[in-house]
Ligand binder design. Structure first.
Ligand SMILES: [Zn+2]
Ligand SMILES: [Zn+2]
Length: 418
């Protein structure tokens, strides 16, 4: 029987990994973790219009790592069904169609998966309000319909997932043909690029605006690329933890990058580059804690989602500006919310994607736009897929994905073609 990387529900294992994986990361994939490399039966097609996909490449996302390390918020635990096969960044091949599959989808086609499991996918007769508005990533029926619970493929026991030789099943609305000119390595970036596009399209676009991107992991880098590829004209500043991330951020369209600095040095760097010092802004030291900033960037996009970066984001946004939470925040600590109140900031989340209305008025599915932009990018994003490993080496692959400090390490993907 074919094998797949499954996540099982076990409270003792979850607590064990959660308490120890921070110190010993190998515990997150070890024998007593919530992961197992198991023989798995191919999931049945839930309805006759569905298709079966054999994954070709499947990426490891930051949210997968947080699931595996059991360190995220338990918020999503009611919205998954176990055991689930991980993997929601998938380029694959259609290997089976149902008796009612639309004729434009045929066996042998190369497609990317759109993982959201909203009302249309679940066969709901009447869509919920978010789905009716095209925001199916926010579907309210994720525990109903023809599937077990799960907000996405890769977290649902009925669909299978991308980290699998056992295939997965997808609704016709979830599959998008890949242009022939795109390599698998670029196509596997369509899903995370769509997440980044959804965030980038919320940011101010005018030339005189300044954006600060905190965090240059894959999502931060793709966000910078997405902003430029959709015509964003603003000045882009970026905070990158490692030199290879900073170099890539510049290549993809950041104007200037800085590495990790103590708060006062980072704040000074931002104020000097946003014209804030000339306009009366400055940095002030309260009796306790981090410096306070007057002035700042028009928008700060936090692509890390931990207490210190969210706190910096609030401090570094100008009055009335936008704080965009792109990284999953979980339950952060140590955030002083006074900035949000005093400066009347707009604090906005950005989760997944659905449909976008582009600046020119065009309506397009985000992942379709991601495929178009990848096809027009001349291979510029290809270096972001920096490591491919077979599924049998899942422990090494996940360990590699955790070690983003290694030069040249951006995204690790499973190669299911081997
Ligand atoms: Zn993801
Ligand atoms: Zn819905």
């Amino acid at each position: 029987m074919p094998r797949a990387v499954q996540f099982i529900r076990s409270v003792p294992r979850w607590l064990w990994v959660r308490s120890l994986a921070g110190r010993w990361p190998e515990i997150a994939t070890g024998s007593f973790s919530c992961l197992q490399f198991a023989e798995v039966a191919p999931p049945p097609l839930p309805r006759p219009n569905w298709v079966r996909l054999a994954p070709r490449l499947s990426g490891i996302c930051g949210s997968d790592l947080s699931t595996i390390a059991c360190k995220g918020s338990p918020y999503f635990s009611p919205f998954v069904s176990t055991p689930f096969v991980l993997g929601h960044e998938v380029v694959g091949e259609i290997v089976e169609t149902g008796s009612a599959t639309p004729s434009n989808l045929r066996s042998g086609m190369r497609v990317v998966l759109e993982p959201a499991l909203g009302c249309e996918v679940r066969g709901m007769e009447t869509p919920c309000r978010p789905c009716a508005a095209g925001q199916y990533a926010n579907c309210e029926n994720i525990l109903r319909g023809c599937l077990q619970g799960g907000f996405q493929t890769g977290y649902c026991a009925s669909t299978g997932g991308g980290w699998s030789h056992a295939s997965l099943v997808a609704h016709p609305s979830q599959v998008h043909p890949v242009p022939d000119a795109l390599s698998d390595e670029e196509a596997v970036l369509a899903e995370p690029l769509a997440c980044s596009l959804h965030a980038a399209l919320k940011a101010p676009r005018e030339k005189e605006k300044t954006l600060l991107v905190i965090g240059c992991g894959t999502i931060g880098l793709l966000l910078i690329a997405a902003y430029r590829m959709t015509g964003g004209q603003g000045r882009v500043l970026a905070v990158a933890r490692f030199p290879h991330q900073a170099e890539m951020a510049r290549q993809l369209g950041a104007d200037e990058c800085i590495g990790l600095r103590p708060p006062a040095a980072l704040y000074q760097w931002v104020l000097e580059r946003t014209g804030s010092l000339d306009a009366g802004g400055g940095i002030y030291q309260p009796e306790l804690g981090k410096p306070v900033v007057l002035g700042g960037a028009d928008a700060v996009l936090d692509c890390v989602g931990i207490g210190p970066t969210m706190d910096d984001a609030l401090r570094l946004t100008r009055p009335g500006g936008l704080v965009l939470l792109v990284g999953m925040p979980g339950i952060p600590s140590g955030i002083d919310w006074t900035s949000a109140w005093y400066k009347e900031l707009r604090v906005h989340g950005s989760y997944a994607y659905g449909w976008e209305t582009l600046p020119g008025g065009r309506r397009v599915k985000t992942i379709q736009l991601a495929l178009e932009l990848l096809a027009a990018s001349g291979g510029r994003l290809r270096p972001l897929v920096s490591k491919k490993l077979p599924l049998t080496e899942f422990r090494a692959a996940i360990a590699h994905a955790f070690h983003t400090e290694q030069p040249g390490n951006f995204k690790t993907v499973f190669d299911l073609r081997v």
